[in-house]
Ligand binder design. Structure first.
Ligand code: KDO
Length: 333
């Protein structure tokens, strides 16, 4: 059922991207003075937002105006890709989970315990093994992925104090997940009862008890103040979470090669600054949360890894993964 919806949506978007292709014959010089509106649910104090504002915007300012809209104020979380495909938006920070709703092969990167760390994530994105997925995304959605943005290792963050050692301990726990099939599957694979909710609604849901917990990397738990309304962080590290800085291919193609190189470098530089800062925060924040009175501890990670990996390999998602891709990802050092 959902596959046919996805396919329909994809055809619609492919048609939109086709129109885009026709109009991309505009002369590069016409890109002068372009406004690059970016929509994302990230807060303005998130390290990715800071890096894009401090580095990306100034780097492209001679030929484009970078105009970010944080806190999902321009487009709702999860609707940005379609907005780009329909020529209603120029940029977003997207994710494999969102891409997988339109191009199922992307679900490979929604699998828990696949990527090892930030370095592995960066190398995989740069590897030729990504060429087909990147090209399919450009051709079908009209979306170019400029760089990978490290969000951090996702951890389970709960309102209760009950100790969690294994997936069985999460049985019945209402765990907020972002609203997509792949995200919800991750919640189930962890052993919890996943509830879909937009990022911007997490704090209130935790505060009121509408959910028992949420999962996000430590820098996000700090930045969005989830620690104020929760009692513990279980260091499951179940997903080395990645986002991508995305731009409309039609808009990108209107820039001159030199401008495109400037945009690419600006994206790489901003992503690198954000990655280094997220990594530093992940180390520092354990003590911060403990000082705030939260319990922070490592559960039986092997028990989580075993269940999550087995669930993904047996899932319907795995049927859409390109042959040999898991092995190629694992082989990247
Ligand atoms: C979230 O909704 O939990 C999530 O962390 C998912 C990510 O893919 C990304 O969309 C992120 O939110 C936003 O950028 C807000 O940090």
């Amino acid at each position: 059922m959902s596959t046919s919806i996805n396919r329909r949506t994809m055809l619609r978007l492919a048609a939109a991207a086709g129109t885009v292709g026709l109009s991309s014959g505009l002369a590069p010089a016409q890109a002068q003075g372009v406004t690059l509106r970016l929509s994302a649910p990230a807060t303005p104090t998130d390290q990715r937002a800071i890096a894009l504002t401090e580095i990306f915007g100034p780097a492209v300012k001679d030929f484009a105006t970078f105009q970010p809209h944080w806190n999902a104020t321009l487009f709702r979380q999860g609707t940005e890709l379609e907005a780009i495909a329909r020529n209603n938006l120029e940029m977003s920070i997207t994710s494999p989970q969102e891409l997988a709703t339109l191009i199922p092969a992307w679900s490979i990167f929604t699998a828990g315990y696949l990527l090892r760390d930030a370095d592995h994530q960066k190398k995989v994105f740069a590897d030729t093994l990504m060429n087909d997925l990147k090209k399919t995304t450009e051709d079908r959605l009209g979306v170019k992925l400029l760089s990978v943005m490290y969000l951090g290792r996702r951890q389970v963050n709960l309102r209760s104090e009950k100790e969690i050692r294994t997936p069985a301990d999460l049985a019945g726990v209402k765990l907020r997940m972002p609203n997509s099939e792949a995200w919800l599957f991750l919640g189930t694979a962890l052993g919890a009862n996943p509830l879909p909710l937009a990022f911007t609604e997490i704090y209130t849901a935790l505060q009121t008890g509408a959910v028992d917990g949420q999962d996000n990397p430590l820098p996000t738990v700090r930045d969005s103040k989830f620690f104020e309304v929760t009692k513990q962080i279980v260091l499951t590290s179940h997903l080395v979470d990645q986002n991508y800085l995305a731009i409309s291919k039609r808009v990108f193609d209107r820039f001159t090669p030199a401008q495109q190189a400037t945009i690419q470098k600006a994206a790489d530089d901003a992503s690198e600054q954000a990655r280094q800062r997220q990594l530093r925060l992940e180390v520092e924040l354990e003590d911060f949360f403990k000082a705030q009175g939260l319990k922070v501890y490592t559960p039986d990670v092997e028990a989580f890894r075993k269940k999550v990996q087995a669930d993904y390999l047996a899932s319907k998602f795995a049927k859409d993964w390109p042959a040999g891709m898991v092995e190629r990802i694992n082989a990247v050092r």
